[in-house]
Design a protein around this ligand. Structure first.
Ligand SMILES: [Cu+2]
Length: 499
């Protein structure tokens, strides 16, 4: 039997077992009181079979319910929580994308082009793979020389691809923020990171936490966005005392930062941005810029309720507000689990790192073939954004490199707000932040560049290896705060085939 009252859709026995009652019943309208009762939902999953993942994704308005509010929004296949795609090395991925984007209650108000980008994937930046210059127009708005409202994506996961968490979202310049904010983003997992690199943790219970931001109807410009986990405002995540779990977490939102803190717990990072770490990295808070992902190990403390928060992030005097919010509650209860042997394994380094793509250790040793500086700037009103003093222009080539090049890029932020660097098709190694050497144990594909302070620009140094022959072509690098990207903070790069 399901017990229902406002905001409570939980089997009564589960509530009793948890020692909970639905407080919404006692305190009608008290948002915080309803919060702990809703169980974390599991996203729908689509697995590849016999080496192939086939999926139809239709972007269209649908009635959704987010944080207790019902409204229509453009989403994939009728749901705010998009399917998690799980593929393996060597798999063929075939996605039939249909554009039925239309007027909805929020954000996107008219038919407009869309497409798909596969963030973190080292696949060709060309059709029918990860070409973000493709425009799939809605029916009746097809342009001469463009495609119909349907597009057939087909690409193969490279046999040596890094294992981990990636994601998919539209990337038509100028419309990315609104489409992602509407709900058009989902997780894409190249299996099996834990089994391959951290086999001692392979049997642990897993949770998938999709973090996103959204403007609820009536939200005013400048209001902080509403943050959700798996589309839920304040779900309950369950663990047993002493239990280790693996959490797959992705910030698949448009503009917001998440800096996760779980009272009395820490996070052991096994992978970030689709790349394994060289050893588990202990972090007290898990900082996830827009676009960042992480696989982490969490060991629960003694029985009790622990708030899972996203801490306030100082985005700078010109930045958008990113206040602290409570995202959910970890409920620890039931028979204790002896995590002794798992604790001991935390000091063991990752194994089989050479089974895949280039590692952080290898990138560190590569000779640098060229250095360049990318400056992030914006107008005083914070409405127009530049890379190296230029707004994005689809027809202009800003950077040209050749397969085999290994470049050191200095990312310089001369604005009063944080920005987030991302480049398509390749990962990079972060070597320096604010003048201090950084020895992070893995490759990344998004990194924050802090705001200018006291006239001193924020600065980060990265090494970008352009080594994989399959990434030759034209693609982009940009700020992953999608509002900034849409308003100019993006540039084109052409990677020429090796001579
Ligand atoms: Cu930015």
């Amino acid at each position: 039997m399901t017990y229902q009252s406002e905001g409570c859709f939980v089997p009564r026995h589960a509530l009793l077992a948890a020692g909970l009652i639905c407080l919404a019943e006692l305190l009608p309208g008290a948002a915080s009181a309803q919060q702990a009762a809703e169980e974390l939902v599991r996203p729908e999953e689509v697995h590849s079979r016999n080496g192939e993942l086939t999926l139809a994704l239709t972007a269209a308005p649908a009635k959704i319910n987010v944080a207790g509010v019902s409204f229509s929004s453009n989403v994939f296949n009728g749901k705010y929580l998009s399917p998690v795609l799980r593929v393996r090395r060597g798999d063929l991925v075939k996605i039939h994308l249909v554009n039925e984007i239309a007027k909805a209650d929020n954000e996107i108000s008219k038919p407009e082009p869309t497409n798909l980008h596969y963030h973190g994937m080292a696949i060709p930046p060309t059709e029918p793979a990860d070409d973000i210059f493709v425009e799939v127009h809605p029916k009746g708005h097809e342009h001469v020389g463009h495609h119909s409202n349907v597009y057939e994506y087909a690409w193969r996961v490279p046999e040596d691809h890094a294992l981990g968490l990636h994601w998919y979202h539209p990337h038509v310049h100028g419309r990315v923020e609104d489409q992602v904010l509407s709900g058009l983003s989902g997780l894409l997992v190249v299996e099996s990171m834990t089994e391959t690199h951290y086999p001692q943790f392979a049997d642990l219970q897993r949770q998938t936490l999709i973090l996103r931001d959204i403007d609820l109807p009536g939200a005013k410009d400048g209001d902080p966005k509403t943050k959700t986990i798996n589309g839920q405002k304040h779900p309950a995540i369950r663990m047993r005392p002493g239990e280790f779990q693996i959490w797959e977490i992705g910030n698949l939102g448009a503009d917001s930062y998440f800096d996760l803190e779980l009272d009395g717990h820490s996070f052991w990072v096994l992978g970030r941005d689709g790349n394994p770490t060289e050893l588990p990295v202990k972090e007290q808070t898990l900082y996830l810029s827009p676009g960042a992902r992480a696989e982490v190990l969490v060991q629960s403390a003694k029985a009790g309720h622990y708030p899972l928060r996203s801490l306030k992030v100082d985005t700078g005097p010109q930045g958008d507000p990113n206040p602290q919010v409570e995202l959910g509650t970890v409920i620890v209860e039931g028979g204790p689990v002896n995590g002794g042997s798992t604790s001991a394994d935390l000091s063991k380094p990752a194994v089989a790192l050479d089974s895949g793509d280039i590692t952080a250790r290898e990138v560190r040793k590569l000779p640098i073939t060229n250095r360049r500086t990318i400056t992030f700037s914006e107008t005083a009103d914070g409405k127009t954004f530049f890379l190296n003093n230029k707004m994005f222009d689809q027809g202009r080539i800003d950077t040209t490199v050749t397969i085999g090049d290994v470049e050191e890029w200095t990312l310089r932020n001369v604005t009063g707000e944080r920005h987030v660097f991302h480049i398509h098709q390749t990962d990079f190694l972060v070597t320096e932040q604010e003048g201090a050497a950084l020895d992070y144990k893995g490759l990344r594909d998004v990194i924050d560049i802090p705001q200018q302070r006291n006239g001193k620009p924020g600065e980060v140094k990265i090494i970008v290896p352009f080594l994989r022959p399959n990434i030759a072509g034209k693609f982009v690098y940009h700020c992953h705060i999608l509002e900034h990207e849409d308003n100019g903070m993006m540039a084109n790069i052409v990677v020429l085939p090796a001579k």
